[in-house]
Design a protein around this ligand. Structure first.
Ligand SMILES: [Zn+2]
Length: 201
């Protein structure tokens, strides 16, 4: 069983590193997890500090698996201060986040009656990429040598909200794994082509 978990994690991180070399911040993990699972308030100011995620039921600390001890302490403090149940949401992202630390975190949370989530079980690489897309500043347009653009250029400036697979004519939105990721494709308008069956286009 444990071996299976280990293999799953190895497979996961293998795909992870291949799929995208860029790294994700604690905030990316936090925002993507909250958007998918807890749907609470994030970064809530409190006299004792900033609570990562606050829901009606839980005060949740988000951190690397390697920081689980400090995380549990923080969760208990938040919970007492905000009169919620304590929650700890950890993510594995990097070699220092070991399976041993994850095991220890799960056990200690169970003993301390802290609700535990492993964020990697809920948040995929696609979620993180989409998260980056939301939080990253908009891409700068390349400076045009002339301030007067032709009509053709203006038509070609499509908002980068949708992607068309030009081989199949299927349209994808930003949440989709195929967004910007087909062999033949281009950005397109939200009413072009046929909507993807998975993401709804
Ligand atoms: Zn799609």
């Amino acid at each position: 069983m444990r071996r299976l978990l280990l293999l799953t994690l190895i497979a996961f991180f293998g795909v992870f590193s291949l799929a995208d070399a860029q790294s994700y911040s604690e905030s990316d993990w936090q925002m993507a997890f909250n958007a998918k699972v807890t749907r609470g308030e994030v970064e809530v100011q409190h006299p004792t500090g900033r609570i990562d995620i606050l829901t009606n039921e839980y005060a949740i600390e988000v951190d690397h698996v390697r920081n689980y001890l400090a995380g549990i302490k923080q969760a208990l403090q938040y919970a007492a201060a905000a009169k919620r149940k304590p929650g700890l949401a950890l993510f594995m992202d990097g070699g220092e986040d070991t399976a041993q630390a994850l095991d220890a975190a799960r056990k200690l949370c169970a003993e301390s009656e802290v609700r535990f989530w492993l964020i990697n079980e809920f948040v995929s690489v696609n979620d993180l990429v989409a998260q980056k897309g939301i939080t990253a500043p908009p891409a700068r347009q390349s400076p045009s040598s002339s301030s007067v653009r032709t009509a053709t250029e203006q038509v070609q400036t499509v908002e980068k909200t949708h992607w068309m697979n030009t081989s199949s004519g299927v349209r994808h939105n930003r949440s989709c794994r195929w967004f910007g990721n087909t062999k033949n494709g281009r950005y397109c308008r939200p009413d072009e082509g046929r909507p993807c069956g998975q993401c709804g286009g």
